[in-house]
Unconditional design. Sequence first.
Length: 132
Amino acid sequence: VKQGSKNEFTGDLNRIGNEISAGRIDQSIIGIEKMPPEGPDSAWHQPDLYRLIQGLLSEKKYEEAAEYLQYHINNFNQQKTELQIVLMRIYISQKKLPEAAVIFTQTSKKDLSEKQANQLQLIRNALGDEIL
């Protein structure tokens, strides 16, 4: 992810949001890659990032989605458990069990929906000995 100033790219957020909404994921990625990824100059907005992640996942661009999932998990609380589960599933499918295990240990086990609890149990089973 390339660096740029917040002021320079804030005007691009509406265009990027429109690209995401219109299903033009590749075009939105081109704009988003120019944004500062984190820190006080970050131009990310949670709803836009969430829409980008959803778009990447719908296009089955899991490798690309993983970076944005990790950023979202680290910086926003919205949909955190949901996105942690998605990221763990991606890592397991890529045979990145240690990375999935780290996310598993960081995932809150409180106030889960029944679906989330079942998904975490399946992930726990898939990780096996990776979880100490």
